[in-house]
Design a protein around this ligand. Structure first.
Ligand SMILES: *[C@@H]1O[C@H](CO)[C@@H](O)[C@H](O)[C@H]1NC(C)=O
Ligand SMILES: *[C@@H]1O[C@H](CO)[C@@H](O)[C@H](O)[C@H]1NC(C)=O
Length: 344
């Protein structure tokens, strides 16, 4: 039956348990990492007005880019070592397995929009850096400075703190005390050091990852982020990598990840979650198993995965139970009479 606008929806933004929780089943379903409700709602409205799952993911992530969700998506956030903000984004069609993505995109605000153009107008999957900017311009996007007073202030504070924190290790001068430029430490004195950057701010948001399941069961997923603060220029995280930042496959489900991208991307967590669901695991277990696999190697990594199967059940898996109090997901879902909306 034609459901109108956004009325029959359930908006749940909850604090979920360690490896998660819940679900009612009805489709369509829109979920995204973090309490970025406006993004969830934008995606929902797109579906309600007849848009495809891909359109919904694009409009949801685009809204976050515009609202600069928590400074971690879109322009004006996460300056790199040179003070520049660059963007990563990806969009995936779980029906056709088409993907478009951009990494380290410069001077273009709408990363998810450019990713969509990569999907639609090329047979490539991922474009990066200055060349991705040229591609975007050819698609009609305008170039603008992505810096803001806020990002300039973040960067100058960082310089004033001797470039702390940063992501270098085993270099001279000692990266835990000084700014670069750095050179490799001679082998004679080489010992594995941890990078100076210990991510303490686990409640800090990063990256929107979104999953949409259409009422027909068609799936799409996507991400958008400005990466991590004070990254080494050129660093691209997990977000624009299919299978890592997000993955969708109509025959199994869809997933998206958030957290320490440099670790996450080594495990293709979104792909892995979808594969677990394909093997019959429910979303809760799929999410949890993905986190456990990573924790075997990186017990202290920070991350979360959202998993949804094609019948609209979904879950959130977290690397630490303590994250329960800060990691949330935002979800819109049709309410069916048989479910107990709000009891989760
Ligand atoms: C969400 O949208 C409302 C209405 O447009 C706006 O007032 C609010 O600031 C937005 N929230 C965020 C976090 O940007
Ligand atoms: C989705 O997960 C729910 C909860 O585990 C399960 O009952 C349902 O059968 C799953 N759907 C599919 C298509 O596997």
């Amino acid at each position: 039956m034609a459901r109108k606008s956004n009325l029959p929806l359930l908006l749940v933004s909850y604090l979920l348990g360690p490896a998660l929780v819940r679900s009612c089943s009805p489709l369509p379903l829109v979920i995204n990492t973090w309490p970025f409700k406006n993004a969830t709602e934008a995606a929902w409205r797109t579906l309600a007005s007849g848009g495809s799952p891909l359109d919904a993911v694009e409009s949801g992530c685009a809204l976050c880019e515009k609202e600069q969700c928590d400074g971690t998506v879109g322009f004006g956030g996460s300056p790199d070592e040179f003070g520049e903000t660059t963007l990563d984004a990806m969009i995936m069609d779980g029906t056709t397995m088409d993907v478009g993505a951009v990494g380290a995109l410069r001077r273009i605000k709408s990363a998810i929009g450019v990713a969509r153009k990569v999907l639609e107008y090329t047979t490539h999957t991922l474009l990066v850096g200055e060349s991705a900017t040229k591609f975007a311009e050819s698609m009609g996007f305008i170039t603008e400075d992505l810096s803001t007073d806020a990002s300039r202030a973040l960067h100058s504070d960082w310089l004033a703190r001797n470039c702390q924190p940063n992501y270098w290790r085993d270099v001279i001068p000692d990266a835990s005390k000084y700014c670069g430029p750095y050179k490799p430490k001679p082998h004679s004195i080489l010992k594995q050091e941890d990078p100076t950057y210990k991510e303490k701010d686990h409640c800090g948001h990063d990256t929107i990852g979104m999953v949409v399941i259409h009422k027909t069961g068609h799936t799409a997923a996507g991400t958008s982020t400005n990466g991590i603060k004070f990254k080494i220029p050129g660093r691209v995280g997990d977000s624009p990598l299919p299978g890592s930042g997000a993955y969708a496959d109509d025959t199994a489900g869809a997933a998206a990840a958030t957290g320490d991208g440099d670790v996450l991307m080594r495990f293709l967590p979104s792909y892995q979650a979808v594969e677990y669901m394909r093997q019959g695991e429910d979303p809760t277990i799929a999410c949890r198993k993905v986190i456990l696999r990573i924790q075997k190697y990186f017990p202290n990594f920070f991350g979360a995965v959202i998993c949804a199967n094609v019948t609209g059940n979904y879950a959130l898996g977290l690397s630490f139970p303590s994250l329960t109090f800060c990691v949330t997901i935002s979800a819109f879902q049709s309410i069916s009479r048989s479910t107990t909306a709000g009891s989760h």
